[in-house]
Design a protein. Sequence first.
Length: 178
Amino acid sequence: MADSDTVLLKAVKDDDPPELEPMPDDLEHALAKRRPWTNKATKWIAAGVLAVGGFAGGLYAQQQWGVAGEAAQADTGGMPDMSALAEGGFPGGGGGGGGFGGQATTGTVTAVDGTTVTIETEDGTVVTVETGEDTAVTSSETIDLGSLAEGDTITVTGETADDGTVTADAVEKTGTTE
């Protein structure tokens, strides 16, 4: 063998792999150079999708479990419905209905005539209250309608007619003026 036929090879250990230049189609090299998949627009789009999803979820919940129409307007969650005052209803209106339907009117009894009670509200308005068989009349304990007298302070819960007369669901005696 001639000297020109001799080739020198570098000794390579198994634990020392040779360094290779990446090839243009090398997957690891392409992945390392890849840009991140998120940017500012991605975050804004995600926030928009969450907002729209929350709104749509609220609509769905309202349709499934909410109250619609006139019932939704009447349901005030135990809080006084101030719209009745704006419409001229419930003069002297006040507190919640305590679980009975309708609105509450508080005033001092000026007359009791059979099933009709007349009260004067704090602002001086006179309200006629019609009671019926289903009307609850209470004090600390349940009392008869006849137990009401002039000077008593009562809270009436019920529906107000166009003429201002209240059809009572409940009458609560809240005080006595002596």
